[in-house]
Ligand binder design. Structure first.
Ligand code: XUL
Length: 510
């Protein structure tokens, strides 16, 4: 048996997938939900409560506690942890962890009698971690933009973006300079998790590193001028950057209590979207991916490095080499959830929306679903707008409205990528919603390919280890693990309806 373990440390929880690359199967998985299983960390939706809707922080110790819990769950299921030959993972992007000078010693000497969370509590120089949902850094974004202008986007792949790590670090440096000075290391969620597994500071990979406004994508090094302006002395606090197949270190002895073999390679972790590019088998240009999670993301491997003239899209490293483009819609399942509540229906109702009650195009009814702050387009004061009287509308109209509006927004904001995608792979929780998939197929006039696994980030991480350790080429792993299990074809009769709706949506958004 050739087994590899991939973790997925996402906004709402931590999942683990063990794959067998000889059999081409997932042999074990486990899941921890932060809100349900670790309520003591007060992050029911992945972040702490704050009266300011722009501030979204989480307790980083919760991510460490989830690692203990998910491994004990795998052990209880008798998962073959002792046969795992390598580990990697996926982290929600942009979130950052601030550590003091105890960190290296604590992770080098983790005591198996104690848990991770209690031991790491002494290593934090900042108690909370801003996550990707945080948008409280407009001022810092303005300052970075003023200093570097166009170069910021040309060299880092994105203009200054509120949720990106650089502006977040600058805000921390300005607001709590004493704590910033005591900070010895700043990790992303991904590199933090890889560090506590390997017992030493793990590098940040090009995939996740590109979501910081700090990495120069032309040189693939930290940009010295940008890091120094962002926060003086920052370069010394950042881990190394490395390609996504780099060995971060050997698994620490701490994890032998779960039956894992000490010393197996830990491959650098990456961000959830770069991992999903691998986990959906979309590492080559020409096919796009829509990931329907807490946020919805639209991404694809890039033919050439190119930036979004509107400034909403990003360029990240593709873990298989080269770059990927990405657009993030913060109000993904979050907005669908609000409509579900409003209509007082279950998800099953979304999944089998009665066909006779609404029609494609929804009689022109559209909405701007900014229930919380939005990144595409930037909306810092949440507000929902309809172009019809939604109070009087029935549930079917409102549900079709959110799904069509979200699909149109994805088409509108992905046009800068300059590709007409005829194939789109779909992943994430809402990929079971058949009406949504048909709407996406019709709006893009593309075939939608559903893959068997919904946790493409965790699978992608496991495939990356298999590639890095067992040297199995990605195309071979894709054949084994990422075949489409269902294809939804576009209805050409609906092309014009949605071309017209797109113009209306664009007007409404403007
Ligand atoms: C991408 C982004 C989100 C998070 C979700 O830029 O902010 O998709 O990665 O975890």
């Amino acid at each position: 048996m050739n087994l590899f373990l991939g973790f997925d440390s996402s906004t709402q929880g931590l999942k683990a997938e063990i794959i067998d690359i000889d059999a081409g199967t997932i042999v074990a998985s486990a899941n921890v939900n932060f809100g349900k299983n670790l309520p003591e960390y007060n992050c029911p939706n992945g972040h702490l409560k704050n009266s300011n809707p722009q501030i979204k922080h989480a307790d980083p110790l919760m991510w460490a506690a989830a690692l203990d819990l998910v491994l004990s769950r795998l052990q209880k299921q008798n998962a073959p942890l002792d046969k795992v030959a390598g580990i990697s993972g996926s982290g929600q992007q942009h979130g950052s962890v601030y550590l003091n000078n105890n960190f290296t010693q604590i992770i080098a000497e983790l005591n198996p009698q104690d848990n991770l969370s209690d031991q790491l509590a002494l290593a934090l120089s900042r108690k909370t971690s801003p996550i990707w949902m945080d948008s409280a850094t407009s001022e810092e974004c303005r300052e970075l933009q003023e200093e570097f202008g166009e170069r910021l986007q040309q060299d880092t792949g994105s203009p200054a973006i509120e949720r990106f790590t650089g502006p977040q670090i600058r805000k921390f440096m300005k607001e709590d300079n004493a704590a910033y000075s005591k900070t010895e290391y700043i990790h992303l969620v991904s590199s933090f998790m890889a560090s506590i597994l390997s017992g030493k500071n793990a590098p940040i990979d090009f995939g996740d590193g590109a979501g910081m406004n700090l990495l120069n994508l032309k040189s693939l090094q930290w940009d010295e001028k940008i890091t120094e302006f962002t926060a003086p002395g920052l370069l010394d606090k950042l881990p190394l950057v490395a390609s996504s197949d780099t060995i971060a270190g050997e698994l620490s002895g701490y994890y032998s209590k779960y039956g894992l073999k000490t010393g197996i390679p830990v491959i650098v972790w990456s961000g959830d979207n770069p991992n999903s590019l691998i986990g959906t088998g979309a590492a080559e240009p020409g096919v796009a991916v829509i990931s329907l999670g807490t946020s919805d993301t639209f991404f694809a491997a890039m033919r050439d490095f190119k930036t979004d003239p509107h400034g909403y899209g990003h360029v990240f490293g593709n873990p298989a080499g080269g770059f990927m483009s990405l657009i993030c819609f913060s109000n993904g399942s979050l907005a669908r959830e609000e409509i579900k509540k409003d209509c007082a229906v279950a998800w099953e109702y979304f999944d089998s929306l009665p066909e006779n009650k609404t029609v494609p195009g929804n009689d022109g009814n559209l909405m701007l679903p900014y229930f919380s702050t939005e990144s595409t387009p930037v909306v810092l004061n949440p507000e929902v707008k309809y172009n019809f009287c939604a109070d009087k509308a029935d549930s079917e109209t409102k549900i079709r409205c959110i799904l069509e509006s979200q699909a149109l927004s994805m088409r509108l904001h992905s046009s800068w990528m300059g590709e007409t995608f005829t194939r789109i792979r779909i992943t994430g929780g809402a990929s079971n919603c058949a009406p949504f998939l048909q709407i996406l197929a019709d709006v893009f006039q593309a075939q939608i390919e559903k893959i068997a696994i919904t946790d493409s980030a965790g699978l992608g991480a496991a495939l990356r280890v298999a590639n890095a350790v067992a040297k199995v080429p990605f195309h071979k792993l894709f054949e084994q693990f990422t075949a489409a299990k269902e294809i939804i074809l576009p209805n050409p009769d609906n092309a014009k309806i949605y071309n017209d709706a797109l113009k209306e949506y664009e007007k409404l958004e403007k």
